[in-house]
Design a protein around this ligand. Structure first.
Ligand code: GRG
Length: 290
């Protein structure tokens, strides 16, 4: 039987191959494409596209279309990281263990690379192979809602303007900023597999709990991680004056919450067939060190 790690590596290799084939046109504006590829191919964990493929496969869907949806999602995720690192936002010099996009290509090109990645994501969905027109529209709807004005961008505004103070407000921020794209990952996998509404609701609940656990763990790593392993400066949340779960609840309680949210995530898909990989994925994200 395929181990969890072997399955993760198989999905990840497929995602890397799909991403490697993007934005290669040799045009006078090739520097834009270079900047897009610089950040896109910088070697993240690929957890979102892996989740798309895992849900699709668990639900018996064809992975070809799911791969395009996963690549699109990784484009949106990369755009958000490029823009988040800009001087007008978090002003970070390091991402995924190397200089941020604007440090290498300049601020203007970094803004444009992010803009282009976002638009290209929706182009990829519109031509995703093996999916019906209806599935593509559902995918556009799921991803745009997750990253738009009530989703990830709204979460970023709540964060930048320090509008979350209580645990409940912090949870809302996190569900938009971090949870949105993870929820989109689960839903895109369901859409690619043609899953029904009740399975999609189970997947949404799994992703919501994973999103909370993921962000709380991220806040913990900002305090306890090894910088080389984490790939970005440790302690940057404090330096940027951000309100985090660790500030509000302390490290110990955060550890308990990660465990609780992970348990709830697993419970949400407990009766789904072929759920072994997704159950282990929840555990592995709770323990992650980067
Ligand atoms: C700029 C519109 C806009 C949004 C930015 C995603 C985001 C919102 C900010 C990035 C900073 C951050 C800590 C976000 C929380 C989600 C998160 C932990 C992102 C990092 O995702 P990983 O760990 O990164 O999957 P890799 O590099 O592995 O892909």
């Amino acid at each position: 039987m395929e181990t969890f790690q072997a399955q993760y590596d198989r999905y990840r290799a497929a995602v890397e191959e799909a991403l490697q084939g993007l934005f290669l046109r040799n045009k006078p504006y090739r520097r834009l494409q270079e900047a897009m590829r610089y950040s896109l191919l910088a070697g993240g964990k690929r957890v979102r596209p892996v989740m798309v493929l895992a849900f699709c496969e668990a639900l018996g869907g064809e992975t070809q279309g799911a791969l395009s949806l996963g690549a699109a999602l990784e484009c949106v995720h990369t755009y958000s990281l490029i823009h988040d690192d800009l001087p007008c936002m978090d002003d970070d010099d390091l991402r995924r263990g190397r200089p941020t996009c604007h440090k290498v290509y300049g601020e203007t090109m970094a803004v444009l690379a992010g803009d282009a990645l976002q638009a290209e994501a929706f182009r990829l969905i519109s031509i995703a192979p093996g999916l019906s027109a209806e599935q593509r529209i559902e995918a556009v709807h799921a991803l745009s809602a997750a990253c738009g004005g009530d989703g990830m961008v709204a979460g970023q505004v709540l964060d930048m303007d320090a509008l979350a103070h209580s645990e409940e407000e912090l949870r809302d921020l996190c569900l938009r900023k971090t949870g949105g794209l993870l929820a989109a990952a689960a839903d895109l996998g369901c859409i690619a597999a043609g899953a029904d509404g009740s399975v999609r609701r189970q997947a949404a609940s799994y992703a919501e709990h994973i999103g909370l656990a993921f962000q709380i763990r991220d806040d913990m790593l900002d305090v306890i991680a090894d910088q080389d392993e984490f790939g970005k400066p440790v302690g940057s949340d404090k330096e940027e004056g951000k309100r985090t779960f660790v500030d509000l609840l302390g490290l110990e309680r955060c550890g308990e919450l990660v465990a609780e949210e992970t348990r709830l995530a697993k419970e949400a898909i407990a009766d789904l067939q072929c759920n072994e990989f997704l159950l282990e994925l929840a555990d592995s994200l709770a323990d992650r060190r980067k």
